[in-house]
Design a protein around this ligand. Sequence first.
Ligand SMILES: *Cc1c(COP(=O)(O)O)cnc(C)c1O
Length: 504
Amino acid sequence: MNLYHSTRSAKMAYTSKEAIRTGIAPDGGLFVSDELDECTIDIAALSDMTYTEIACRVLQTLLPDYTPDEIAACVNEAYTNTFASSEVTPVHMLDTPPAGTTSTGVLELYWGPTSAFKDVALQMLPRLIARAQASTDDAADVQPERIMIVTATSGDTGKAALAGFANAAGTGITVFYPEGKVSPVQELQMSTQEGSNVSVCAVRGNFDDAQSAVKRIFADRELAARLKEAGWVLSSANSINVGRLVPQVVYYFASYAQLLRAGVITSGDAVEFCVPTGNFGDVLAGYYAKLLGLPITKLLVASDKNNVLYDFLTTGVYDRNRPFFTTTSPSMDILISSNLERMLYYLSGKDCELISKLMNDLATTGKFTVSSELLMKIQEVFGCGWADENEVADAIRTSWEANGYLIDPHTACGYHVMQQVPADPHAAARVLLSTASPYKFPRAVLEALGVDAPVDDFACMDALETLTNTTAPQQLAELKTKQVRFTDVVDVAGMGAYVEHACK
Ligand SMILES: *Cc1c(COP(=O)(O)O)cnc(C)c1O
């Protein structure tokens, strides 16, 4: 059952429960399983399966030390009455595909409690952690420990994690976001969060600064020792946690099942996915689905103006030494895509030594280079493209004018890339992952539609409703009257002390 080990060394083995409790491996690597490409999921059976049935199947395969009852309980709690769609993640077919004639569907991942795709995993993660904790508590000699979730967010993870962990027994949660670099709606979502175990704090810096500092907090042994005294261990809700990644694999299979039921494809047909990408978690989950047997031609990595992944996927050089741009798609404003490390692990033939070297290069010089042989392997699976701010706005307008279909700026990056990159000739259909509700970014969407946006974001929501005859999700509209609970701001250097204080 000890399937998991670090991307940087295979010496120590961990169960999936241990991997989920700890979040990141002690050597700074990410937990991976070597059996991933040996497992398979039966594609022929998919069309008769519901979302929760598919979720149970995928989770059991990747988290084998959870009992079937534990998995079923987690899945039912996470997806019963929490998503405003019976499909959980429904597929909407477009009348006029972004380019060419290949049937194109949009996989809507934002019907959960915080209106971003992060909910799919973050409704699940606290339940997985709770079961992982329970099993240690069973051992008489082990003191029950409380878990402090520490998370850096580029905008959406924070709120989705807060919603998942608020008032969860035995846990606390501390969220850091870059000051002034998330949308006003995103900021309000976090600063108004209720719950007795939550803390929210802005950081002077950008997301990469905050994420790097959180990684240092996890690696700080003295801090860990002091917290242990007080009965706390730290863990992560970022997509470096296996418990975040695995639930995201499910919707790739679920969308395939919907395409089968709609008669858009027949069993065995290959599909191409286009994924708006930041930390490389969502698109990596697609690669896991492919390893598990889902027929995927290519995974298109769509970036915004922070196009470090585009450059890497076209040249083999990953270089984070470049200007950072704040865009209308803040959740993709990322220059260090953590989960790339897992993709490199699998495509390098599970070469821990190489991964260690590349990640060391990245930490010391901000840069690494892969061989042309490895780059070619990567390019067989991953296509890429990116959109600047004008192209994002154009994509939002085009989607609306050609399809009467409203998309947010993150999804628009993907829409643009699908216009730019021709479909793989072997793909029977294309699927664009839609990662957030347009109402999370009402100003950017309204302006893209050519309307002079009012000063207030809630007035923008109203204007968008009137213009498009759609409705803002209630949880976003009601932020207008919610009480702000958190106004803290710290320097990067003060983040560790803030976490320690939150544990008191
Ligand atoms: C987090 C996020 C992304 C990027 O997902 P990654 O898993 O970090 O690549 C894209 N769009 C939205 C709306 C997000 O919240």
